[in-house]
Design a protein around this ligand. Structure first.
Ligand code: SF4
Length: 384
């Protein structure tokens, strides 16, 4: 189980997920950021098999082998060339880099995982191709900062099937787009060059879906967060993206109740939300994480203020989401079936977004669903 430990809400979510996994099959190895807090996890979940820190594949594999004997393979390698994959057979995460060059004041990932280290593009493409050959139909491209891919390597040229390719997000997207499966981008920091992947989306090469964590809209709060963004520019770029690719789904996350956030700054955020009309939104009430620079900022807000702002924020977003989802009623949508009765359209990433519900379908297959109802999160329809 991979965990995230950069804000307390995520810690709680991860702890809950560990408990769920233990209840389901009793064999859990904890890894990722939260794995750095070994004693803390063991205190709450003493029956986990092992706890490893982030980016420690050998320790994870040791734990897996210690508790799960590897099947005998008379040929060369015991591990399939698709690698070890913990998702259903039809989708997989493709990690393209580790670490981050930013220093957002609420986050401790850089201090745990270090600066950005990109994987060579040839290696990433090879893994993607192996996964496709193994039957994967959707790849979720992830890293701490996907749009910075290759910066540390000065966009070095690598090779895939003998073809030279720059180690850069846009080149990677173009190449992944040749694989003929769903390619979904996560954790894309809004750098200007991100604009160049939108035409790929419009041409159907990669999914028209962008997960861009904006975090806030008030210039002062963004500065305190150490996020180099301006909400005016963001709004203009959203307009431009939608002009090029009208069906684009934009997902984002926000933090409310950051130290010193005034009611006026929170209102600015709500105005931004109204204007931006984002499709999918996650929102955390700020909570201090041990070691984060933001802990030293003055003006910590009372818990009830943070929660009340979060509730107002989500209340507004639910209205926006319902309105946008209702616009899909009467449309036929292609979905990837996760399990009979539940699928995801191009607009829905697994685990974090809504789903499309219907009767029937086979896990791992694509299906067409005619949408006849919507709520704030999900769509409902009939198989065609
Ligand atoms: S971009 Fe900011 S929030 Fe994301 S991993 Fe880097 S430092 Fe943390």
């Amino acid at each position: 189980m991979n965990t995230c430990g950069f804000i307390d809400a995520a810690v709680e979510e991860s702890l809950g997920a560990i408990g769920e996994a233990l209840a389901k099959n009793g064999k859990v190895v904890v890894t990722g950021c939260l794995g750095a807090k070994r004693d803390f996890i063991r205190k709450i979940h003493p029956s986990v098999l092992a706890v490893t820190g982030p980016h420690d594949t050998p320790a994870v594999m040791d734990a897996v082998h210690a508790h799960l004997p590897r099947p005998h393979d008379p040929l060369v390698d015991l591990i399939p060339n698709t690698g070890i994959k913990l998702t259903p057979k039809h989708y997989a995460y493709l990690k393209i880099a580790e670490g981050c060059n930013h220093r957002c004041s609420f986050c401790i990932i850089p201090s745990m995982r270090g600066d950005l280290v990109s994987r060579p593009i040839g290696e990433v493409m090879q893994e993607a191709e192996n996964l496709v050959k193994a039957g994967v139909k959707e790849l979720l491209v992830i890293s701490q900062d996907t749009s910075a891919y290759g910066v540390d390597l000065k966009y070095r040229t690598g090779f895939f099937r003998g073809k030279p390719l720059k180690t850069r997000m846009n080149e990677l997207c173009a190449e992944l787009g040749q694989l003929g499966i769903w390619i979904r981008l996560h954790y894309v920091y809004p750098y200007p060059h991100v604009d160049d992947v939108i035409p790929l989306m419009a041409r159907g090469k990669i999914l028209p879906y962008l997960d861009v964590p904006f975090q806030h809209a008030s210039p002062r709060i963004l500065k305190l967060m150490k996020r180099p963004a301006s909400s005016e520019k963001v709004l203009q770029r959203l307009r431009d993206w939608r002009k090029i690719c009208p069906e684009i789904t934009v997902r984002s996350t926000f933090i409310v109740g950051f130290p010193g956030e005034t009611e006026a700054e929170f209102s600015d955020l709500l105005s931004f939300l109204k204007e931006a009309q984002l499709d999918r939104v996650g929102c955390f009430a700020y909570s201090p994480v041990e070691g984060a620079a933001a802990n030293d900022l003055p003006g910590a807000l009372p818990e009830e203020v943070k929660l009340e702002r979060r509730a107002r924020f989500m209340g507004l977003q639910e209205k926006i989401s319902l309105r946008k989802l209702k616009m899909k009623i009467g449309k036929k949508m292609k979905v990837l079936v996760d399990e009979p009765g539940i699928g995801r359209s191009m607009a829905d990433a697994p685990e974090i977004d809504g789903v499309v519900r219907f009767k029937g379908g086979r896990a791992g297959e694509f299906a067409d669903v005619l949408i006849d109802r919507a709520d704030q999160h999900d769509l409902f329809g009939r198989l065609q």
